[in-house]
Design a protein around this ligand. Structure first.
Ligand SMILES: C[S@@+](CC[C@H](N)C(=O)[O-])C[C@H]1O[C@@H](n2cnc3c(N)ncnc32)[C@H](O)[C@@H]1O
Length: 199
């Protein structure tokens, strides 16, 4: 849907994102649109905003895009993202473990349809991010976790401990340098999109 435009418009933006992963995002974000799944979108670990461009392209004007990164990179990302989404973009220039991020669980509990975890890849931080995501994820929402093969044990352990209800492995796109994005859904894929097999 937006993949070709993303490739063209993000070409000059530095970042760490595989085209295969973004193609998978494009598909599932479009599926959410088609199924009228609405909600905010969150990215933890923004850098210059490259992967966030796809989220900005796919978000409806009224849907909030929340970008979390504690570094000055996010200032540049805010300018970049502003070219693709002019309203309802919120930058949280803090760590994902900060009070500002956890405050989202009060005001916006279970209201995020898309959550990308791509911040500090240390085990403790990823566990924080999965715990946060489990409280923010909406029904039919999707969580993407970057570099999950290198964190495979942690993530399989964490998802069992963190998510009370079953989450369904959705997709894993692996690139040549071992970067990947794995996604989980709060619901079973069969009820999300008929005619699509995940076997
Ligand atoms: C791999 S880069 C993100 C790549 C980005 N998604 C892209 O499209 O290019 C990781 C980013 O996570 C940020 N980061 C590090 N620790 C973080 C934390 N505790 N919370 C949020 N972001 C963090 C770093 O500043 C860095 O910009």
């Amino acid at each position: 849907m937006y993949f070709e435009r993303f490739q063209k418009d993000s070409a000059e933006v530095p970042g760490f994102v595989m085209p295969e992963s973004i193609a998978v995002w494009d598909f599932f974000l479009a599926e959410q649109q088609g199924k009228r799944v609405a909600g905010a979108l969150l990215e933890i670990g923004v850098y210059y905003g490259k992967s966030a461009i796809m989220l900005a392209m796919q978000a409806r004007p009224e849907e909030e895009l929340v970008l979390v990164d504690p570094t000055d990179f996010v200032d540049q990302a805010a300018i970049t993202i502003g070219k693709f989404k002019s309203e309802n973009v919120r930058i949280i220039k803090k760590k994902s473990s900060s009070h500002a991020c956890w405050a989202l669980t009060k005001d916006q509990k279970h209201s995020f349809r898309w959550i990308h975890i791509d911040g500090d890849h240390k085990a403790q931080t990823v566990e924080n991010d999965l715990r946060l995501a489990s409280q923010l994820l909406a029904e039919k929402g999707i969580i993407c976790v970057d570099d999950s093969p290198s964190l495979g044990f942690l993530i399989s352990r964490s998802t069992k401990q963190i998510f009370r209800e079953p989450v369904t492995p959705l997709e894993s796109a692996r690139g040549g340098n071992n970067m990947s994005i794995t996604a989980w859904m709060r619901i079973r894929i069969e009820s999300f999109t008929s005619g699509f097999s995940h076997e």
